[in-house]
Design a protein around this ligand. Structure first.
Ligand code: ZN
Length: 480
């Protein structure tokens, strides 16, 4: 009989910090530069080259820790992790061992049942990235551009219990780090990668089962799929009475399977020891307090506040709060037009449609919160109709400017002069006697057609609701 096992998943997430230069030298951290064009003796690991700490990388790590509720080690030290591999020619990686910059902390993840679950962090430390080996037919090479790039490693307790939870964790983490601006978190550029530990145990067993490590996952969906596969694979082994062996596996995305990389027997002996070329990092408590005071709201906190303060649906609040710039944009529009609900309706439908259609985020489009607020005001005052508003919105989204000014200079204001509306209605009814007859016979489609013709005659400037009302009155007169 098939058993249900308890799943325990822990993550080690590597985040590339948003610095101009590498962790221990002045080389640029540019992505996609020609191989070995951003290197120097320090990041190539030449004998005698001395590392110099990048203060900005330390600040970004500490700010991340504060955002995630960690306690900060006011004195933090660096260590050498020894190993021999072509991607690390000095034979050790500078990282942190027993005194990392940040300890503890939590990230709340949303559950499918609407609840939330806190995932505990063990530590956050800072380390240098290694070089990249390349293997092609007939040759192998090493690109050192990435060597020395500052990586922040976030290690969790094995609190996650499904592939969905792991994906929710990575999504929440990414959102928070983007909010606080410490990393671009660009998965395509490898800014965010993770190693995953997963173990299964029968219900009632207190100790964790034997863990298997999945190495170098570089997408959230890949992590999810690899975990899903691995949980099923381990369940099947246990169901058949087998034993899980401790090993490291990798995800073969093309075939949708995990593959054995190495077993515990060939695990590295890292031999950590204190890095003698770097002084301990001492962070004064008043500096930590200053950073803490300048932190933005967490996305989850902001989502709840937006729903409450602006009285908008939870779904809208979640979409808006997921992106800090979008949430800022929304709040500015809501303040400008005085109602959160209307602002949210416009942004959730029309603005996000334009963002997708033109692949331009609100931070890069020409539409300002003031302009959108102004446009909403014009619609509410019935100066322009919805059709004109949507056309105008796209123009302003692409080219900027003031909607009110456009309405004035181009005569887009809705025609509310009864004489003009009556004239168009008369002309349309005369030109389409068949539709008028159909309409009298109760065919609603004919009414829609006639309204459309009047809108066309007015070049879109008539108020369609008013036209419908006037047409109805006309029919009532003719029938009476
Ligand atoms: Zn360098």
């Amino acid at each position: 009989m098939k058993q249900t096992y308890r799943v325990s998943i822990g993550l080690e997430v590597h985040i590339q910090l948003k610095t101009q230069t590498k962790l221990f030298c002045g080389c640029a951290t540019s992505f996609g530069a020609p191989p070995n064009s951003c290197v120097c003796p320090v990041c190539l690991g030449y004998p005698g080259a001395m590392p110099v700490m990048n203060r900005e990388a330390v600040r970004l790590t500490l700010v991340s820790g504060l955002m995630l509720g960690c306690s900060i080690n006011t004195t933090s030290t660096f260590d050498r992790k020894s190993y021999f591999y072509p991607d690390m020619p000095k034979n050790y990686q500078i990282t942190q061992y027993d005194k990392p910059l940040c300890l503890d902390g939590t990230i709340d993840i949303p559950l499918t049942d609407g609840g939330r679950k806190p995932i505990r962090l063990i530590r956050i430390h800072l380390e240098e990235d290694v070089a990249k080996s390349m293997h092609e037919a007939g040759w192998s090479g090493v690109d050192f551009n990435r060597a020395g790039t500052p990586l922040m490693e976030i290690v969790t307790h094995p609190d996650l219990s499904s592939a969905d939870e792991a994906a929710a964790f990575l999504t929440a983490l990414r959102q928070i780090l983007l909010y606080v601006g410490v990393s671009a978190c660009n998965l395509e550029e490898g800014n965010m990668r993770c190693d995953v530990n997963v173990s299964l145990r029968p219900p009632g067993q207190d100790t964790l089962g034997t863990k298997v490590e999945l190495k170098n996952m570089n997408t959230i969906s890949g992590t999810h799929d690899a975990l899903q596969y691995e949980i099923e694979r381990q369940s099947a082994v246990l169901d058949a009475g087998g034993r899980i062996v401790q090993e490291t596996r990798r995800w073969d995305v093309d075939n949708g399977v995990t593959i054995h990389m190495r077993s515990k027997e060939d695990a590295h002996d890292y031999r950590y020891f204190a890095e003698p070329d770097l002084l301990p990092i001492v962070t004064p408590p008043d500096q930590i307090d200053a950073w803490r005071r300048s932190l933005p709201e967490l996305p989850a906190v902001r989502r709840e506040r937006l729903a409450r303060q602006y009285d908008i649906p939870d779904y809208d609040a979640a979409v808006l709060a997921a992106d800090r710039a979008l949430a800022d944009f929304f709040e500015a529009v809501a303040q400008r037009c005085g109602t959160g609900k209307t602002a949210s309706n416009w942004i959730m439908t029309d603005v996000l449609r334009l963002v997708t259609a033109h692949e331009t985020p609100v931070t890069a489009c020409a539409l300002t919160p003031d302009a959108l607020g102004e446009l909403i005001g014009l619609v509410e005052a019935q100066t322009i109709n919805a059709l004109t508003a949507k056309e105008l919105l796209e123009e302003v989204f692409l080219s900027g400017g003031s909607p009110a000014e456009q309405v004035r200079s181009r005569g887009l204001a809705q025609v509310s002069d009864s004489g003009a509306l009556d004239g168009w209605i008369d002309a349309v009814m005369q030109a389409h006697p068949k539709s008028v007859a159909d309409w009298k016979a109760g065919k609603q489609a004919a009414a829609g057609f006639l309204i459309g013709q009047v809108m066309k005659a007015s070049q879109g400037k008539a108020d369609p609701k008013r036209v419908g009302r006037l047409l109805g009155e006309r029919l009532a007169q003719q029938n009476g």
